[in-house]
Design a protein around this ligand. Structure first.
Ligand code: UDX
Ligand code: ADP
Length: 471
């Protein structure tokens, strides 16, 4: 240890080698070659995978960044204790799922992994450290963490300074987001020690992030900003999805409406794509966390305002399935439905909170014969639907998935699904053939010409049903 201690300027540790910890540390190691970066996790299989070229998560460009630094100044290990002892800066990036039991069940964050980690840091440390909250946590958690860490006799000789440094990367674009973030946010205590710790973290990011993009705030602003950013992003999607229902009821087209409102520079064009609903590990969890926080402070109206964003998302998924059933003559019993895409968004294998989970479950409840295809997410999909796996067919080839299907449901905006040969697909499907485009990625006009009945989100359908030459 003493040898490496001298060789590197600083020792950085990350506890939790998941979707956030893994890519973020790989980027820090790549950009800060004089820092030793170690990523630890209790999950042995995950750590073993990080040591190979079959990384445990799929993220475009990640392998190249890992390969650049791995073995040089980036290391993966299951030895949490040794990692803690050696570290100057510890990032905590363990999972904080929504509580499923007791007080706050379904809303509050489950902090058991996080608290275990805090206690472990305290027990194993033999020197002062900066501890950085990287997981999304309820506001004021940093304060609780500082109390656990600095409690008791150890606090007299060693000190832990807790910072909040939320991660804003989005999956699928993690590497680009990490390379050139819109901003890096660092929250610290407004004390001399706090300011010094903040400066250490600013110095780390300043290796590659322009200084004006590194924002420093107090700890609570930083913690709340993470929840607020995700809540506002999700709110945009729920707003556009709510409007998509109105578009379907009228003759408006949600893409045209989106373009029109997005041209207002105050609104901006991004994040206005109507869809079957948002998914991912953060949006729902963070909003419910915000709702819980508001309720805790007696702010009922504020809580119900944000809760509505999650309700509309649930409504949108349900509406999608209802529309499928209604359009397919009010029954899908025994009908084969090919689900194209299971990941919660394109370019990731992650399926956490994916709308596909809910849509598939509802279709199976309606006794449809569901076949799922996805280029990256089938292993996770099989785990998510393990309890009904015997009622689902898994198929990596979309052309095969479509054979004999009555309908295709596009649930993830994978680019390859827009580029398939739909003449070929139409040939092998049952007629009338339906396409429910939950991501508006297909050329509805072209598919309609081929013979499909096409139902995009928030637009008038293009159908042949009822025409004389019915297919
Ligand atoms: C999000 C935040 O963007 C990121 O800053 C934060 O750190 C983590 O949470 P992520 O969940 O990885 O990132 O993906 P994101 O691109 O935000 O998409 C979330 C969901 O919204 C996906 O299901 C996506 O398909 C959906 N979405 C996004 C839409 O339905 N319409 C849109 O216009 C944009
Ligand atoms: P995120 O998307 O926030 O990165 P993940 O679930 O992908 O979340 O990753 C969190 C990781 O944290 C998991 O790999 C899990 O095994 C790890 N973890 C949880 N608790 C501990 C702990 N006490 N010590 C080390 N690693 C932990």
């Amino acid at each position: 240890m003493s040898q490496t201690k001298q060789a590197f300027e600083k020792h950085v540790l990350c506890i939790g080698a998941g979707y956030v910890g893994g890519p973020t540390m790989a980027m820090i190691a790549a950009k800060c070659p004089t820092y030793k970066v170690t990523v630890v996790d209790i999950n042995e299989a995950r750590i073993a995978a990080w040591q190979t070229d079959e990384l445990p998560i799929y993220e475009p460009g990640l392998l190249e960044v890992v390969q650049e630094a791995r073995g040089r100044n980036l290391f993966f290990s299951t030895d949490v204790e040794a990692g803690i002892k050696e570290a100057d800066i510890i990032f905590v990036s363990v999972n904080t799922p929504t509580k499923t039991f007791g007080r706050g069940a379904g809303k509050a964050a489950d902090l058991q992994f996080w608290e275990k980690t805090a206690r472990q840091i305290r027990e194993c440390s033999t020197s002062s450290k900066i501890v950085v909250e990287k997981s999304t946590l309820p506001v004021r958690t940093a304060e609780a963490m500082a109390r656990i860490l600095n409690w008791g006799e150890k606090a007299t000789d060693i000190h832990f300074e807790v910072l909040s440094n939320p991660e804003f990367l989005a999956e699928g674009t993690a590497i680009a987001d990490l390379k050139m973030p819109d901003r890096v946010l660092i929250g610290g205590a407004e004390t001399p020690r706090g300011a010094a710790a903040v400066q250490d973290l600013v110095d780390l990011y300043a290796h590659w992030v322009p200084r004006e993009r590194i924002l420093t705030t107090n700890v609570w602003s930083s913690e709340l900003s993470k929840l607020a950013a995700n809540a506002m992003l999700a709110q945009r999607i729920s707003s556009v999805n709510a409007l998509s229902a109105l578009c379907e009821a009228t003759e408006a087209d949600i893409d045209e409406v989106g373009r029109a409102i997005g041209s207002d520079s105050r609104i901006g064009p991004k994040f206005l794509r109507a869809s079957v609903g948002f998914g991912g590990s953060c949006f729902k969890k963070d909003i419910l966390n915000l709702v819980y926080l508001c309720e805790h402070y007696g702010l009922k109206e504020v809580a119900s305002y944000w809760e509505q964003v999650v309700k509309i998302n649930r409504y949108q998924r349900g509406r999608f399935v209802d529309r499928m059933i209604t359009c397919m003559f009010n029954t899908v019993v025994g009908k084969k439905v090919a689900v194209f895409g299971f990941a919660f968004k394109a370019d990731t294998g992650d399926t956490r909170e994916s709308p596909a989970i809910y849509v598939c479950r509802e279709l199976v409840d309606e006794r449809a014969a569901v076949t799922v295809t996805d280029p990256k997410a089938l292993p996770n999909a099989k785990r998510d639907l393990a309890d009904i796996a015997d009622q689902i067919t898994w198929e990596s080839d979309p052309y095969k998935a479509a054979e004999g299907a009555h309908a295709i449901a596009i649930l993830t905006e994978w680019k390859e699904y827009a580029e398939l040969n739909y003449e070929r697909i139409f040939e092998v499907m049952e007629k009338p053939a339906f396409v429910f485009d939950g991501r508006n990625i297909l050329d509805a006009e072209k598919l309609h010409r081929i013979g499909f009945n096409v139902y995009p989100i928030g637009k008038a359908p293009k159908t042949h049903i009822g025409e004389e030459s019915e297919i």
